[in-house]
Design a protein around this ligand. Sequence first.
Ligand code: GLA
Length: 740
Amino acid sequence: MTAQIHYSGDSSDARVFSLSNTSISYLFRVSPEGLLEHMHFGERIEPSTTYPSRARRLHRGCVLEFQDSKYYNLSDVPQEYPVFGTSDNRLPAVHIINGDGNSTQVFRYQGHEIVNDKPGLAGLPSARGGQSLSLLVRLYDEIAEISIELCYTVYDQHDVIARSAKIINQGARRATISRAMSSCLDLPAADYDLLHLKGSWAREMNQDRMAVPKGRFTIESSTGTSGNVHNPFVAIMDQNATEQSGRVFGTAFVYSGNFAISVEQGEFDSVRVTTGINPFNFQWQLDPGESFTTPESLQVFSPSGLNGMSQIWHQFIKHKVSPEQFQGRARPTYLNSWEAAYFDINEDRVLELADRTKSLGLEMLVVDDGWFEGRNDDTTSLGDWYSDSRKFPNGIESVAAKVKQKGLKFGLWYEPEMVNPNSQLYRDHPDWIIGVPKRVSSKGRNQITLDLSRHDVQDYLFERLDSVLSSGHIDYVKWDMNRTMSEIGSFALPTDRQLETPHRYMLGLYKLLDKIVTKHPNVLFENCASGGNRMDLGMLRYMSQTWTSDMSEPIGRLPIVNGASYLFPPSIMASYICPVPSHLNGRQVSLKSRAEVGFFCAARGMSLNAEDVDKDFDGLKHYAQLYKETADDVVNGQFFRVKYSDNEVVWQLNSSDGSTVYLGYFHILSAANLPFRKVRLVNLDTNAQYQLQGSDLAFGGDALTHMGLDMPYVCAMQPDEDDYLAKGDFSSRLFVLKRT
Ligand code: GLA
């Protein structure tokens, strides 16, 4: 075991906690006042060393000094779980209105415990333990009679620190939590950059890098979903960090609802990063004896640039977040009915698409929206999860059985969390929605969110899904969710708990998901929320993959996959070859480029109607075969961003044993007389030779790494040779190199 937790003893001056493995250390100490002072997160430091650096005490003008501690100014002290109102005016980790009606507390060290492995988080998704150690530190405020238990986990094999906090009301009066972050990371004064992922529907996950501003920068959501506007992830790095070098810290939140990640550079230039539930529009009543557990926040550190950080996330997500039963398993290639048929689906069309699926050599047919009672467009029927009796007179289970008889797997679309006002479910239970009394609910795609905080709603949805999945004919479920929350409240909660609704919704959703996936462990679940509107580590704890974006057109998808790859590995991403011209942006892209961009997601398929299939039959068959042959490599391989510019994107994927290297070169707009380009590959064996497939050339790993590989040239006057890309815009080339 290489994970270690040391506590350096009881001498009041040196009570230091050190969590480490062979590459990282996380250090903090208990100050003489009993406060937790952060000391270091980064490269490993021997626990036995004498620490050359700690929070300094000095007199500064115009600053407060903590209570009776002379020169102890908390605004300038890096801390683990800071509060407001006792001389630190930066964003606190926690803010509680106590029984006296004020918000002043001092949480002092009371004790700690070191446990093997990692405790679970009641009712919330969290990364799995295994080869890990955890530290539980108890803090207490004796006036408010509130304790806080901070949990830290360090892993043997992953350079990740997992954190959460539990707030316990030990007193006799109610307390109200208005802010409860999962983690606070105080970085030393320096100039940093930050990178976050921003966007909107069909253009999610666009990377945005900027200097950490003086002041506060917050990404957040208050929509009831983690959202497509900002993903709950931020990287903070040295300003000279690149993809391949430099110190990088990352934080990501294991939660699917409202979140806030704030980066604050204060008056003394240190940078505070807090990650947790969005405090805006949040309040939680904590009655005597009750506790509140925050979701989990993950922190990573890499000394090897953004790609180094991504490798840590990718390995961690594959091994500790993604459901174990599909971990490392090749995903079935598939045909999805959505862009093939939209709502116009019935038994005959399904069987016809199944024949096309089979003849293309794909492995699964997915029936998307439109299969349940009365669902002919998006104005009706969500909630009525019974097969449409006109389209599927024998029930969807019987069609599934017929598809399976053809030797295919069968997948089905659901949007369980939603209801259309025009549905039997809504007519029967108008109070089952997220809504507030006397107000009209705003609609999104003609639908309203069901109130998953309610047990009766959870039970109804479990029964509906379970009854179909229990047929044993469903291999895959696409779990969609196509609107965000508005008029937020629950008809099942008292007035003083209305602002608890969004978090209670998440707890209800997680309970439902847990029940369904536990009962049906062999069903492959795909997470979708109009594409990437809820692509987060909370959902990915239950579901093995995500429909990355409704932007199925490959050039529009390049920034989305590139951005997503900062955090997510290809093993959790799904793609399909879309029709042309694209239904999303009208772009006409060759089959080759559509297939080669999609190549870098582990779940790969097509969404084409019979006519589209017949038009490109041989080409599609070729890519179905390629997808199948490389499925293991993509789900298990290592993905690297090699180049990302406005006009060129290069991605590299090494098979898990490094024997095969795939290099995707994507060239967006053509031009005349362009410069020659070469690309330096990464993570190769510099002593090995690599044979370029489809040619008789072999190159040294050292030459590919240090000189680079010539990229094909874009030229409208080109002869038809291998050295050139296809003429015109939106060209691509997939190189395959085999180590000899
Ligand atoms: C959402 C999804 C799509 C498709 C439709 C069906 O937009 O992201 O992939 O499933 O719903 O209504």
